[in-house]
Design a protein around this ligand. Structure first.
Ligand code: ADP
Length: 341
């Protein structure tokens, strides 16, 4: 491994691709300090040390260098152009539910892992302001990195993740009302460098409200998946979020039922009732995409900030099948026409 092949954190490109390595001598090197963030410097120092013992210097970038790198990483795209074309070449899928605690963030993360396994480039936007948990479930090690008024999402294995977790202090969440949330959604969509992403999964806050409306105002087109548990009360509130999707003219791909059953000594037990998800899909007149049982492997791996470990479980095949079903769904490319009564 050579110094020029070191990956610059966040940029996901090598030092040589970014022209960020200057003055390499036998025992010293100079790196362009593109982020001016201490932990990024630390990671780079560590990566250099792995290659050899160098005296490392960091130098502030010039304006020209920032512009050149912006071009290389696509951070120089005109905002209007970006906004107009954002929905093109990618599927934007909101994961919604009526109630909290039905497993929406878990399913968003599992689907992210599954789509990645199926060779799709995935972005996850965790917009659940009251229950943001995707970075924790997946085991994020590094926060997103700001660069030239744009943001590189946090990379967790192959997944690109942005979350309220990085921007909101725990005790501030309650004061985030409509306008702030609206602004945050806009920044998450357009200031984050989501380049080359084929699927953007959005973990929505539970309920029907503000985020759906914001999305429908910012995007010409998006899709939704409704997550529910089998209980009647969960399906009734999930139905409202399904109805909301229809009101903002987002296509509903279908319903996923979570925590459908448990298995004990070869027998299925239905602690939360049966078939609520199927009934909901009939009511909303959308496909039933699949059911996910209550599995200890899911709880343990997500509580341990390592949901990726669930890939080793035989049950992961079910998640891959669900992801494949979603890929089969042909979105109706209908522009959004906002009608809220
Ligand atoms: P939500 O995003 O809807 O609020 P979460 O995804 O945070 O819900 O899930 C709530 C809790 O349920 C978490 O502790 C999660 O690990 C657990 N959980 C979710 N789905 C499953 C499942 N299929 N099997 C076992 N535990 C699950």
């Amino acid at each position: 491994m050579e110094l020029e092949n070191i990956i610059y954190p966040g940029f996901n490109k090598t030092l040589s691709e970014l022209n960020a390595l200057s003055k390499v001598k036998k025992k010293s090197c100079e790196i362009v300090d593109l982020t001016e963030i201490e932990w990024v410097r630390d990671v780079l120092r560590h990566r250099v040390e792995e290659i050899g013992s160098y005296d490392i210097k960091f130098r502030k970038p010039t304006k020209e260098e920032i512009q050149t790198v912006s071009k290389i990483v696509g951070a120089d795209i005109d905002m209007d152009e970006l906004k107009n074309n954002f929905h093109k070449n990618k599927r934007i899928i909101g994961i919604t539910s009526g109630k909290g605690g039905v497993g929406k963030s878990t399913i968003t993360s599992l689907l992210g892992i599954a789509f990645d396994e199926l060779g799709k480039k995935v972005g996850i936007m965790d917009s659940d302001i009251w229950g943001y948990s995707v970075p924790k479930i997946l085991g994020a090690k590094f926060p997103p990195i700001p660069f030239n008024e744009r943001i590189f999402p946090s990379r967790i294995n192959n997944l690109n993740v942005i979350s309220m977790d990085y921007f909101v202090k725990q005790d501030e969440a309650v004061i985030w009302r409509g306008p702030m949330l609206h602004k945050a959604i806009e920044q998450f969509l357009f200031e984050v460098l989501w380049h080359d992403i084929a699927i953007l999964l959005i973990d929505m806050p539970p309920g029907t409200g503000d985020v759906s409306i914001s999305l429908s105002q910012f995007l010409k087109y998006f899709e939704n998946i409704v997550v529910t548990t089998p209980q009647t009360n969960a399906t009734i509130v999930a139905e409202r979020s399904g109805i909301m999707s229809k009101k903002v003219n987002a296509s509903i791909i279908g319903v996923i039922e979570n925590m459908s059953y448990m298995e004990s000594e070869g027998n299925k037990i239905y602690p939360f009732g049966k078939d609520g998800g199927k009934e909901l899909s009939k009511k909303l007149d959308v496909p039933f995409i699949g059911e996910i049982p209550l599995l200890e492997d899911i709880t343990v791996s997500s509580e341990g900030s390592n949901l990726f470990a669930f890939k080793e479980s035989s049950e992961f095949q079910n998640i891959l099948s669900i992801a494949n079903e979603i890929l089969k769904f042909q979105p109706k490319k209908k522009p959004i026409d906002l009608k809220i009564n």
